[in-house]
Structure formats: C-alpha cells, structure tokens
Design a protein around this ligand. Structure first.
Ligand code: ADP
Ligand code: ADP
Length: 224
C-alpha cells in the first residue's frame, strides 16, 4: 500500500523557489495499478522521484507498506522516459545490469533474466544492440531490467508515448497481466486518458502549478 499524505515539494533555486506539488493525498492498494494523469508541468515526474526515493526534499508523509520510501528503495524499480539503455551493451547485458549492480550471483541472474526475456518476446534478440531494435523492443528491455529486480513497486514515466498504436496496445496488455500475476504495485504516469483507463485500477488526476490532486477515480474495469 502506498500512502501519500499532504505531500508538498519545492525546488529551491538561487533566487527563487518553485513549488511542484501541493498538499497531495492519495493511496494505492498493494498489488494494484494506478495511473497518474495531468498536463505537463503539474508535478507528475516529481511525484515519481519522491516515490522512488530519489527526491528527499519534501514535506508530508510518503509511505510504502508502512515504511519510508528510502527504506524500500531496493523493492522499488523506476522506468524513465527513454528507458536508459546503454547503446554499447547487448539486450542481454542491458537486461542483467540492475542485478549485476546488486551483486546477484550469476546463476540466479541468468535464470531470472532468461525467463523474463522469453516472457517479453526478447529472447531471439538477446545478442543484438539497442540500435538494432524497434522502439517497442527497446522499451521492453527497460521493462525486463526492472522486472528482473523483482520489485514490489514499479514506477513508470510515460513508458509508451513513443510507440505506435499497435505496439503500444500489445505491450500494455502484456504488462497488465505481468503486474497482476506478480502482485506488483504499479504506478504509471501518462498523458493519455485511454492508457489511464486501460491500465489504472485507480486513476489520479492532477492539475495546476503547483500540481494538486483534482480527482481520484476507481476504475474496476481496467484491462477490459
Ligand atoms: P510533469 O512531470 O507533470 O511535467 P514535473 O514534475 O517535471 O512535471 O515538474 C513540475 C514543476 O516543477 C514544473 O514547474 C517544473 O518546471 C518544476 N521542476 C521540475 N524539476 C525541477 C528542478 N530540478 N528544478 C527546478 N524546478 C523543477
Ligand atoms: P561475460 O560475463 O563473459 O561477458 P556472459 O556469459 O554474461 O558473458 O554473456 C555472454 C553472452 O552469452 C551474452 O551476450 C548472452 O547473449 C549470452 N548468454 C549469457 N547467459 C546466457 C544464458 N543463460 N542463456 C542464453 N544466453 C546467455
């Protein structure tokens, strides 16, 4: 369960301060999916950096399963726009990167990543380089790397925005079943209302500068 209570975030600069989020309150049940939607500049990316433990400078309460976010950083995976692939590494080497950084034994790593690459349809291209793949395939490597970490909480910032409609739809369906089967709590930032309705069991609508929660909608038909 994610609990956010009266979250406010300020970016302090030399001569001015920008408030990015104001008095944000919401919860996300454990193992469910949540879509954050709102216009550009309303603090969505800021919210993901707070949830992932990257941005510490906030006021209010932010808890994941009752713990402070920095205490559950290892259980949290964040996928950014552009997916952060290393162009000089193969699909395989990009996918194992997160586990390598955590010092996971090679045999465990190999087993886990093999299963995930097969699940995501990337097995045949494991020896290729990112530049030799389509946008959808590249996005899936980023997802594979994150899933390999066995996260309890997966955060994604606009993961499908660069994809064509058919690729996007196929990937959304595949991911929804992965999240629901693995009971991963999933928070997605999106510009697309269709995507929010398809993927978000809870939809949180943000607006304004600083960003505030305008409305929270429960959407039991997510995935239909
Ligand atoms: P969104 O993801 O909804 O587009 P952001 O979280 O990126 O919104 O930004 C929210 C507000 O905070 C914007 O006004 C933006 O200019 C400001 N902001 C974001 N990051 C920084 C930063 N590192 N320093 C100063 N201001 C920032
Ligand atoms: P090294 O550690 O020497 O760089 P690896 O054994 O990690 O080499 O990987 C070398 C290549 O072998 C990788 O690019 C990958 O495609 C392939 N590979 C590694 N492990 C497996 C595996 N379990 N199943 C299939 N291919 C693998």
């Amino acid at each position: 369960m994610i609990t956010v209570n009266n979250l406010s975030v300020y970016y302090k600069q030399k001569n001015s301060t920008v408030q990015a989020l104001k008095d944000v309150c919401f919860t996300v049940p454990r193992g469910s999916t949540c879509a954050i939607i709102g216009p550009s500049g309303c603090g969505k990316s800021t919210l993901l950096s707070v949830l992932s433990g990257l941005h510490h400078d906030y006021s209010g309460e932010v808890l994941v399963d009752g713990a402070k976010v920095h205490q559950v950083r290892r259980q949290t995976a964040l996928i950014l726009q552009g997916h952060g692939l290393l162009p000089w590494k193969t699909v395989w080497d990009n996918a194992v990167l997160g586990l390598q950084i955590r010092g996971v034994p090679k045999r465990v790593m190999t087993e886990k990543v093999s299963v995930i690459l097969k699940d995501l349809g990337l097995w045949e291209m494991k020896d290729r380089y990112p530049a030799q793949l389509s946008g959808g395939q590249r996005q899936r490597i980023g997802i594979a790397r994150a899933l390999a970490l066995d996260p309890d909480l997966l955060l994604m910032d606009e993961p499908f925005s660069a994809l064509d409609a058919l690729t996007r739809e196929a990937l959304q369906k595949q991911l929804l079943s992965i999240w629901l089967n693995n009971k991963i709590t999933f928070v997605l930032v999106t510009h697309s209302i269709e995507e929010a309705i398809f993927l978000g069991q809870r939809i949180i609508i943000f607006a304004g500068h600083p960003g505030q929660v305008i409305e929270i909608v429960d959407n039991p038909r997510a995935g239909d």
